[in-house]
Design a protein around this ligand. Sequence first.
Ligand SMILES: [Zn+2]
Length: 180
Amino acid sequence: MATPQHQASDQSPVPGNPYGAAGEYGQTQAPWNQGPVPGGWGAPAAASHAPRHCRACGGQYAEDFKVRSHMGILIMMKFEHLNGPFCRDCGIAVVRQMTTRALVLGWWGPLSLVIFNPFTLIWNLLGYRKFSKLPPSTPAPGRTHLDTGPAVLRRPQAYVTLIPIAWAVWIISQALTHSS
Ligand SMILES: [Zn+2]
């Protein structure tokens, strides 16, 4: 029963991030986070001196990272996030879920298209890189990793993104042909 002497490093989320004062745990409803999950999921990992275990499975090597998603339709925007810490597998699972969601829902408003969704995608890519550098960890007894599922680009929904890209290319090419 040795308590690991793990000091939570003071890794504050980006200063001045546009999401500002984000809420506490559990505000975001991710598709896989429905219904009660046994074993402390969603319990705030309150004490900052606590060793960092995966929130989802209790695995030992976990990175504290806020995974984001974005939804933007006309002027309506919704910023979603899930706070870590997550272990390698659960982190990758959450990044894939949230990123796919952003690829489907995040393009449909002007600011979302130009600013917020690209930011969300880059942010999650950084998260993906962090999580994939972690060593694999074993879930706590009686718990399992979240299902990583297929890679984002192997999910058909991700290709909804081609619509705004095609549209943007068309707009730019129109602008170029008409300006000459
Ligand atoms: Zn985990």
